[in-house]
Design a protein around this ligand. Structure first.
Ligand code: MIG
Length: 814
């Protein structure tokens, strides 16, 4: 990013109301508009021009702005106030005349954000300087390596193929959003800031000046979103109401995905599938990397190695496997290749400013790139997937869409070394807001991968309206979650990269991307048995769980590391399968509220200052705390338990936080704790999500507090749930001193049919009771249904779940 010439705005010259909840501003250096939404979110747009550029928001997939009825009023001494208070949120924006500045406050007057200076320049460059308080922390920023708290860093947003150096910046994804949090621990205070600029941008996060955060964009003008808290979840609710949420994935996509660069032939894929099932490794999907294609021509198959894809995929479907194929954006420049010929004929490809075809070298050799900013190109691109769907492909994996590529390379067999790096400096693309106009590719670069995934999802949803789509993308921008899940690209099979994945996925989660994961086992270099064991233990709990690896290295199927590690992998994936009902409900929550599936500790414990320091532990939803082992040779793990009661899942031992402790972590063990006072819906493990579990409903109850949770069910596959074809059951738990406990299952709601089924409630850490009541009637001890068994510190209650409301009470022995 070159240094832009900018001029500081010194003065607000004039202002006037501009429709509901909005004000038009005339500045000494340009114009601006300020708006307050019904949920209290604030938007400031500004440019050094006589008028603001057309708003690209809708064209890039932003949800409609919901204006508040707020009206501005003049302040004494100049400037104005725009304030709003409603059922969904509240905010007060004080605008100062000279020097120009903005204070964003909550109703109680607590500062949320303070724009201290605004600088605008030619070509739409802009800089916003936010005054910050010491002790504030900064999370989010999309896909970034390094610490969880980004205070003190300089972060760049320009999508780039990171090429196995994940510790560098920038990476594949740019999400110019952060959540400022703290510093007041008595009253949690979180606020979100989105620099909604798809041109390359830069964040100086209290680095050059500990009291300031500087946001800079290189084009497009300033478009700043401010999302009030006070809680982290409030920020994400508001931010995601703007940029969109992660749609509920099909259930199978929450299973384990097995991938490799590449499974190279139908026979190899068959053998893989057989082996997975023979060994009982729970797995739902197999990914086909670039070698399934004919000479890396996307949307084709190598007919020698994959003579009958439809037949192959049908066989795999019989065994409960879905197939995901890779689709790169680069089309081989080859007049004999139909897709390319059609692309050229329809003029959908990116050009250079002189009108020549823009090309890069990628896997197929010289390749051309579609311009996904044009809606008709997106539809055209979508249509190209039809043959894949006809063959039975279930999901699409978008790689190389930063876009990646190079200018020349050296090849030896499948090995390739770029000898000259990418040059797209002459390329132009459609301006999303005015598709007939061309802008430098660089100005819209960060949108490239997202627009590709958008084209893909929109096609999948229109071609198969009866099914939820699955799209996986490497690149993206703010809001990418609407279209695709993300994986974090090319890591190395090294302990440092296992460790890196934790804060990286937490920050991605806090940036709106609920469905994200890292390659289990690491991508490049060979993985050791111990590293694979530790990686899959935590990887099985990544929101998106895929084993993937490069060629030229030790193979990475879960059984490649000997029987001991195979058993560990199986157990880890079985745990994921058990937790599927819980995970599924978390994904549903993400779709409804923007709350991520993976949460840093402070998200759940915003009042506990120590929780904000923890970057190597994860809350999987509200109820499970995971402390992965990230060190070679470690056989114990030190961890932190936030305030409250915790039960160690391995032995039901009880701990009271806040507390640091050291727990044994033999290779077989992932330290895992349940929050006291929670109910976790589970089921018995299956080999793939579509299989009927032997035990469809097991409610794991961890006493030590009260809670309310939701069991969410539907057909797992279609979009009918959006029309009420779902089933929700409220789970309420009360625990009282001395071991008294009451669990209520609300009457099932919604139209998704669930046949009567056996159910179990397992109360952990519970001594033999005096009595157990089901709907106020005492149950007999024994194996009959209904009935209960008390053994080994657990009370297990068996009953039939027919959808009616139920109440279970445990009376402790005196
Ligand atoms: O230049 O398709 O991140 O997952 O296996 C490498 C081959 C291209 C990079 C992806 C990786 C994939 C690989 N791709």
């Amino acid at each position: 990013m070159r240094e832009p010439r900018l001029e500081r705005c010194v003065r607000l010259r004039a202002w006037e109301p501009a429709g509901p909840g909005a004000v038009a501003l005339e500045l000494d250096v340009g114009v601006a508009s300020l708006a307050v939404a019904r949920d209290g979110s604030v938007r400031l747009r500004a440019a050094a021009a006589p008028a603001l550029p057309p708003d690209p928001a809708e064209a890039i997939g932003r949800l409609p702005w919901r204006p508040s009825p707020a009206e501005p009023f003049a302040r004494e001494g100049g400037g104005f106030v725009l304030a709003f208070e409603g059922a969904e949120g509240e905010v007060r924006v004080e605008v100062e005349e000279a020097p120009f500045g903005l204070h964003v406050l909550d109703r109680a007057g607590a500062p949320l954000a303070r724009l201290e200076a605004l600088e605008l320049g030619e070509d739409g460059a802009a800089r916003a300087i936010l005054a910050e308080e010491p002790g504030r922390r900064f999370f989010g920023f999309g896909e970034k390596a390094g610490r969880l708290d980004k205070r003190g860093s300089l972060l760049r947003m320009r999508n780039r193929d990171a090429n196995v150096t994940l510790e560098r910046d920038p990476l594949y994804v740019s999400i110019p959003f952060f959540m400022a949090f703290g510093p007041d621990s008595r009253a949690p205070r979180a606020c979100g800031v989105l620099l909604d600029a798809f041109a390359p941008s830069r964040f100086d996060v209290a680095r050059s000046d500990p009291g300031r955060v500087r946001l800079e964009t290189s084009a497009g003008g300033l478009d700043l979103g401010i999302f009030p808290g006070p809680l982290p979840r409030d920020v994400l609710r508001r931010m995601s109401a703007r940029v969109g949420r992660t749609p509920l994935p099909p259930l199978w996509a929450l299973g384990h995905h097995q991938s490799r660069w590449s499974y190279r032939s139908a026979e190899e894929v068959r053998a893989l599938a057989r082996e997975i099932r023979r060994r009982g490794i729970p797995t739902d999907a197999i990914h086909l990397d670039i070698d399934h294609m004919d000479g890396y021509r996307v949307f084709t198959w190598d007919r020698r190695r994959f003579p009958d894809p439809k037949q192959l995929l049908a066989e795999l479907a019989q065994q409960g496997f879905r197939v995901v194929t890779i689709v790169d954006p680069g089309l081989k420049v080859d007049p004999g290749y139909e897709v390319f010929a059609d692309a050229r004929h329809r003029d959908v490809l990116m050009r250079n400013s002189d009108g020549s075809l823009c090309t890069l070298r990628v896997w197929p050799g010289r390749a051309a790139l579609p311009d996904f900013n044009r809606p008709e190109v997106r539809s055209w691109w979508g249509e190209q997937h039809r043959p894949l769907l006809d063959a039975g492909v279930a999901g699409i994996w978008n790689d190389m869409n930063e876009p990646a590529g190079w200018t020349s390379d050296l090849r030896i067999g499948r090995l390739m070394l770029p000898t000259r790096s990418q040059d797209l400096s002459r390329a132009v693309q459609a301006d999303p807001a005015r598709p007939e106009r061309r802008v430098p590719h660089e100005h819209v670069r960060n949108l490239y991968g997202q627009q590709e995934s958008r084209a893909t999802r929109e096609f999948l949803e229109s071609a198969r309206p009866e099914r939820r789509a699955f799209v996986l993308s490497r690149s993206g921008f703010a809001g990418v979650q609407r279209y695709a899940a993300l994986w974090t690209g090319d890591s190395r099979s090294r302990w440092s990269h296992l460790r890196l994945s934790i804060p990286m996925l937490l920050n991605l989660s806090l940036s709106g991307v609920a469905f994200c994961g890292a390659d289990i086992g690491g991508f490049a270099l060979s993985c050791t048995p111990e590293l694979y064991a530790r990686w899959i233990q935590i990887g099985a709990l990544y929101p998106f769980a895929r084993t993937h690896s490069m060629f030229l290295k030790r193979r990475q199927e879960p059984w490649r590391f000997g029987p001991r590690v195979e058993a560990i992998a199986r157990a880890a994936l079985e745990l994921r399968m058990r937790l599927l009902p819980y995970l599924y409900a978390l994904f549903r929550e993400a779709e409804l509220s923007g709350a991520p599936v993976w949460r840093p500790l402070f998200f759940e414990f915003p009042n506990d200052p120590a929780s904000a320091d923890v970057e190597d532990q994860v809350m999987l939803g509200p109820a499970l705390l995971v402390a992965p082992v990230l060190e070679r040779g470690a056989r114990e793990r030190e961890l932190y338990l936030p305030p409250g009661t915790w039960l160690d899942l391995h032995d039901d031992s009880r701990h009271v936080g806040p507390k640091r402790l050291r727990v044994p972590a033999p290779l077989e063990r992932l330290p895992l704790f349940a929050r006291g006072g929670s109910v976790i819906p589970t089921r018995s493990p299956v080999r793939h999500a579509g299989e009927t579990p032997a035990e469809p409903l097991v409610l794991e109850v961890f006493p030590g507090g009260d809670s309310e949770a939701e069991l969410y069910e539907d057909d797992g596959e279609s979009l009918a749930y959006r029309a009420g074809e779902s089933a929700s059951t409220t789970l309420r738990l009360w625990t009282r001193a001395g071991g008294r406990l009451r669990l209520e299952l609300g009457a099932r709601e919604g139209r998704h049919p669930v046949p009567p089924r056996p159910a179990r409630v397992v109360v952990h850490g519970a001594p033999p009771p005096r009595s157990v009541l089901l709907d106020a009637r005492p149950l007999a001890e024994g194996s009959a249904t209904p009935g209960y068994v008390a053994a080994e510190g657990r009370v297990t209650i068996a009953f039939e779940d027919d959808g009616r409301a139920r109440a279970i009470e445990i009376e402790p022995a005196p």
